[in-house]
Each structure stands twice: as structure tokens, then as C-alpha cells.
Design a protein around this ligand. Sequence first.
Ligand SMILES: Nc1nc2c(ncn2[C@@H]2O[C@H](COP(=O)(O)OP(=O)(O)OP(=O)(O)O)[C@@H](O)[C@H]2O)c(=O)[nH]1
Ligand SMILES: [Mg+2]
Length: 327
Amino acid sequence: MDIQDLADRVAAGERRALARAITLVESARKDHRAQAGVLLEALAPLKREALRIGLSGTPGVGKSTFIEAFGMFLIEKGLKVAVLAVDPSSARSGGSILGDKTRMESLSREKNAFIRPSPSQAQMGGVARRTREAVSLCEAAGFDVVLIETVGVGQSETMVADMSDLFLLLIAPAGGDELQGVKRGIMEIADIILVNKADGPLKETAMRTCADYAGALRLLRKRPYDPVHFPKALMVSAVTHTGLPEAWEAMTELTDWRRAEGHWSTRRAEQARHWFEEDVRIGLLAALEKGEIRDRLNVLGGQVERGEVGASKAAEEMISHIRAEMS
Ligand SMILES: Nc1nc2c(ncn2[C@@H]2O[C@H](COP(=O)(O)OP(=O)(O)OP(=O)(O)O)[C@@H](O)[C@H]2O)c(=O)[nH]1
Ligand SMILES: [Mg+2]
């Protein structure tokens, strides 16, 4: 494969080249990893930046429908929109991809849109790296907005928030006790909560739900990277498109403020550092599973099992062994 040619075509915004490039960064094969590295290095000097928007919400809340509507809204504003899905749980079957095809029908036909479904079954570490690289590729290809969608399970929300400039949480209208169903940790990372399905008979419930969340957000500790009135809760309807301009306005207001106050670049720098350390950690953990080190772990593990040596003592010995191996 000619990597420089692929880089040139990605840089020219060719969607087929972008799809191929993402397939390359998704591959775990050693030679592909090396090529992916060359590709990303070749594109880095472009220094193109998109607005990275993380989007989460439980199954059925309307993520796909919202992305279709909001994506089209952005495209009508003249923006280029990429959509990446992250689903490390493999909880969803192939059915939802089929569902997405019908739910993102207009968007998938747009030449200024690019939609990429989630790579199948992988652990969080691998998913994070691949998604970050896919985001970089979309930026290099000249997309203005990259939407990173995740279903609300496990650690995936924190992971997506840690690679986004803006994190949206989509909520369905529901009675009061539902509020407790949303984990506090998720509330704390949300920049904007969107109560979806604020239409038809659900509208009144949506209004109450929105007020409940607005109240809950006010009770959270103030974050230094938020202007007044943020984080906030808004109502939208992915079906009738109500509230989409207001939601976009809120996103723009927040990101403009963060840029002006220096939080945007600080946050990106911190995120880059976080992912660097995370990759080192993942690499070290992977090294534990290989060759001589794995053998040693097994031997010491057996001794611990048989009560021949204490767990802490064995761990100390293991770590000194690894240190000696590395120096
Ligand atoms: N009334 C109403 N229904 C909506 C709205 N948005 C989505 N729905 C409906 O809610 C259902 C689920 O929508 P999806 O967009 O597939 O939800 P999702 O969050 O992508 O679901 P998963 O992919 O399974 O996680 C569909 O029947 C949609 O038509 C909305 O704004 N109003
Ligand atoms: Mg969906």
C-alpha cells in the first residue's frame, strides 16, 4: 500500500480514502500498525482541527435520529460532518447498524458527511486508541465537526468525553425517579444535557424532565472551564427538529468562551497527555502477557496459590524482576 498516496487522498478529503485509512488504524496487525503510524505522522503537519462532539445516551433515547437531524442541520450551515460510533460493549447486535442506515438516511447520502460504524468487539484500551486515530483522520480530511457517538455503558462515556471538546448527554423524557438512573459521574462530565423527544404527547413530560436536570446540574460543583449558565439542560426533538438551532447556539457559545479563555487548548493538551500515559499503561499491561514475564507471573502465581509466598512479597519480587528486565 502506498501510504503517502493514501495520506494525500485523505488530505484532499476523499471519503473512500478516509474509510480505508480508518480500516488501517483499526487493524491490530503489526505491519498495519506501522503503516498507520506513518500515515498519521504524514497528516499531522496539516494541523487541521474539527469540533469534536461526544454524544451519549441509553439505547432508544434517539441518538441515531438526533445525529441524522443535527448532522443535516450542520450540513445546511455549510459544515462537513463526520460521525464515528464507539460501542465497546458489543451489547448491540448487527440489527442496530441496519437501524442506523434507515435512521441516518439523508446524512448517509450527503457528500459532506462521513459515517463510520463501530469496530466490532475490542477492549476499551484498543477502542480508545483507534477512535482517537479515526478522529485525527477525519480532522485531516477536513471535517469541521466530528460526532463521536457512544451508547451509555461501562467506561465508554468517560472515554469519549476524554477525547471530545464538548460532551452531550441525550436523555428521554421520564418521571422524576428516572433522574437517579443517570449516574452522577456522567452528569459531571456532561456539558449540555439534551432532553430529546420533546414533541407530541411527550412534550410536557420533557419540560418537567428538563427542569429536573437543570436543577440537578445547578447542584453540581462549578467547573473552572464553564461560563455562567453552563452546564445546561435543553429540550430538543430529533423528529420535529425543534430546539436544534438553540442546541447549536449553546454549543457555539460554550466553545467560543472556552477558546477565548484558553480552556480549549489547555483541555486538548491535557487530553493528549492523558492518552499518552494511558497508551504507556496499556502497552505495559500487554507486555505482562508475553514470554518470559508471563512465565514468571505463572511461577510466582503458583507459589502464592500454594501458600509458599505471600501475595505482597511475590508482587514485590515480580516488580523488581520487571525493573531488572527493563534496565
Ligand atoms: N417522538 C420522538 N421519537 C423519537 C425522537 N428521536 C428518536 N425517536 C424514536 O425513538 C426510537 C429510538 O431512536 P434511535 O435514534 O434509534 O435511538 P438510539 O439512541 O440510536 O438507539 P440505539 O442505537 O439502540 O442505542 C425510534 O423509534 C425513534 O423514532 C424524537 O425526537 N421524538
Ligand atoms: Mg442508534
